[in-house]
Design a protein around this ligand. Sequence first.
Ligand code: UD1
Ligand code: UDP
Length: 371
Amino acid sequence: MRNIACVVGTRPEAIKMAPVILELRKDPELCVTVLATGQHTDMLRQALDDFGISADFNLNIMRDRQTLDHIMASVLQGVGEILDANPQDMILVHGDTSTTFAASLAGFYRHVKIGHVEAGLRSRNLALPFPEEANRVLTDSIADMFFAPTKGAAENLIREGKPESQIYITGNTVIDALYDILRRWKGMDAPEYLRGIEERPLILMTAHRRESWGEPLMNICSAVRDVIRERPDVLFLIPMHKNPTVRDVIREELKDFPGNVILTEPLNYPEFVYAMSKSTFILSDSGGVQEEATAIDKPVLIMRTVSERPEAITEGTCILVGTERENIRNEALRILNEPEYMAAIVGKNRKPFGDGTASAKIHEAVSYPRL
Ligand code: UD1
Ligand code: UDP
């Protein structure tokens, strides 16, 4: 019997690790522990609940408006203590959050093998996204097994000198999560706030990145107002991230448009997938949304200047628009007003992020690692 701890701290880690946890738990040779750092409280619980997973340990480290120092220090200490009391053969971490790197470091200090799910993503700019690019690079610098979602991610790792034998191209586990929801979805009723609006163009928007706090977020809200002025028929659905630094601004800037803007709490994952599928297009700075939207052929205007997911742009349906007001406004209106522009974006049916079998590939690699 081998002990494997799967570490999750934030919403995207929970969604993307859920299929891995469910897959590994089928294996009687593995004792799988879910170690939550609680970097997010409600948003983590909501995402784990969507997959019927409960944490075996939860460090509950979240503080209101927490600092990066707080997350790093408390996760390092807390995960370290859990690993000392519950020795593991391997920990699996996901992605690029502060939980990811701090938990990896706790494992590294104890010579516990580290498997990095979604390894090898690179923007090649330590400031974008911040601090995620550093978290990815640092995690990959101490990991033992690399689960790269794409060939491009694997090539990034090889270029950095990681041994090819330790790199496994698996696809992105978010596609497994998405397909799981779509399978369970049949017959799901439209959420209350989406009933009766089918005839209006729906724009789903999420924004939370640290580098967008302040002026960029104000610009984004100004662009939303501009679009509403030009196209009063549109409806923006904005499930607000729990971070008060983000939601205080969005609420204040968009409160005067109740007929055009629906501000909600974070949607649970099935509801969010439903909203993505019903939207005309998505405005977002999220990483996971770029992958999901590509898989369901939904255009995304990415409110960033660089993406570590180049496949979403070159092969998919995503367009980098940055956080300048004019640019967001112009691209949004173009999609809304020019059917031929929209037609050129969608319908490619390319699946750069995998076919929903990433978790099975990770299971196989963990069970039979290459020598
Ligand atoms: C974090 C990750 C980011 C990831 C994002 C996903 C870091 C440094 N940042 O950013 O990489 O893309 O999660 O959403 O790891 N809060 C709540 N309830 C919650 C969650 C957050 O109240 O359930 C509030 C708290 O005041 C908290 C603040 O949001 O202090 C910020 O949370 P934090 O995890 O530090 O940063 P995010 O912006 O969520
Ligand atoms: N998501 C969700 N409910 C919401 C908003 C997003 O379930 O209200 C999902 C989304 O489908 C994606 C993930 O959360 O899988 C993205 O999380 P987030 O934007 O917080 O983080 P990022 O992807 O930028 O790291």
